[in-house]
Design a protein around this ligand. Structure first.
Ligand SMILES: [Zn+2]
Length: 208
């Protein structure tokens, strides 16, 4: 019997609702296919029905170093993957994993949308949502594959992400690093130029 591409018809309603929600948040068909446990073709059909247009084609944006590119990236990834670590079971699979992932992403969106003082970069994203749902899925896969780790900041006691190959004893999170750099820079600026010669600012605040 043709089941329309759904693996198990007993989960038809849940998979359909989940797929619709994921598409509403901007998920691409390969991501929906993986999270709902449905075929890519079925995900495409649901997208066409729900959005009344063809889905975006091409490769998903992939950057294994995304969390290291800026403090804001690391901050948003740490918020989201913190929710994944706390609320998504490592044993979950199929629709259960998809639902838990979706709930974690919705919670992330709610948290960042209530940021009272977004920086200029965050303000440039709709609802301050720097972390796109497709990248959130890729980061989740990196995290579950142990390519990313949480470590504790010795200054503010918050957890933040570092790539597996980096030193797990990293003392400060990117936010505290930036604060330190900012204080150091102000101190250097207040001194005569000659005393600053030859010194370089180790923290690039332009990346913040
Ligand atoms: Zn810190």
């Amino acid at each position: 019997m043709d089941n329309g591409g759904f693996v198990d018809l007993s989960h038809f309603g849940a998979e359909l609702m989940l797929a619709k929600t994921l598409f509403d948040y901007g998920a691409r068909t390969p991501v929906v296919s993986a999270l709902c446990g449905i075929k890519r073709k079925t995900a495409t059909r649901i997208y066409r029905l729900a959005q009344e247009q063809a889905p975006i084609k091409g490769m998903l944006p992939w950057d294994p170093h995304w969390i290291s590119r800026s403090t804001i990236n690391n901050l948003h990834a740490s918020i989201f993957l913190g929710l994944i670590q706390d609320y998504v079971s490592g044993r979950a699979n199929g629709t259960e994993l998809g639902l838990q992932f979706c709930n974690a992403y919705m919670l992330y969106c709610s948290i960042v949308a209530h940021n009272p003082k977004p920086c200029s970069r965050e303000a440039g994203f709709e609802h301050h949502r720097v972390l796109d749902i497709n990248r959130a899925w890729q980061l989740t896969r990196q995290f579950h594959a142990s390519a990313l780790h949480f470590v504790m900041c010795l200054c503010c006691q918050s957890r933040f992400l570092i790539p597996r190959q980096e030193d797990q004893q990293a003392a400060r999170c990117p936010v505290c690093e930036n604060k330190t750099g900012s204080v150091a820079r102000q101190h250097r600026i207040s001194r005569p130029f000659s005393q600053n010669a030859g010194k370089t600012l180790t923290i690039c605040l332009d990346r913040f």
